[in-house]
Design a protein around this ligand. Structure first.
Ligand code: ADP
Ligand code: MG
Length: 140
């Protein structure tokens, strides 16, 4: 089934100049980019986006990191996009992520792992709506 998923290129990957390389990986792996924008998370927005992790030991530093500079947010479309994109980005920990995965190639640490990808179809819908209205997303 054709699905949509939400991707975020995280602050360190943007500031280190990896945006183009990561987008190229996305395109070469046959995802369609339906919407894209550069954003700067406000603290309250990052807290809302990551609210399921509130209380976890990594939460405070995750929020600090995600507001530390601009991110690039994308709506992607592909057959089984949610699982296919999670496979393309790899394990949360770049050291555990497979060699060809985006996190292995561009991630630095457990926290600075280059990209976010929605973890379920339900969450992808919520996350896409967090950043984009329907009018912002090309309908193909
Ligand atoms: P994923 O992004 O792979 O779905 P989680 O949803 O568990 O991983 O975590 C959300 C984000 O929080 C991760 O992408 C990473 O930036 C950060 N994070 C997760 N686990 C850790 C950890 N053990 N130490 C530091 N940061 C973490
Ligand atoms: Mg997650």
């Amino acid at each position: 089934m054709q699905e949509r998923t939400l991707a975020i290129i995280k602050p360190h990957a943007v500031s280190e100049g990896f945006t183009g390389k990561i987008i190229d990986e996305i395109i070469q792996n046959n995802f369609d980019i339906l919407a894209i924008k550069k954003i700067q998370f406000k603290k309250e927005e990052a807290e809302k986006f990551y609210q399921i992790h509130k209380g976890k030991f990594f939460y405070d530093n995750l929020i600090k990191f995600m507001i530390s500079g601009p991110c690039v947010v994308l709506v992607l479309s592909k057959e089984n996009a949610v699982k296919n994109f999670r496979d393309l980005i790899g394990n949360t920990d770049p050291e555990k992520a497979k060699n060809k995965s985006i996190r292995h190639k561009f991630g630095l640490t457990n926290r600075e792992n280059a990209v976010h990808g929605s973890d379920s179809l339900k969450n992808s819908k919520k996350e896409i709506a967090f950043f984009f209205s329907n009018a912002d997303i090309i309908n193909i």
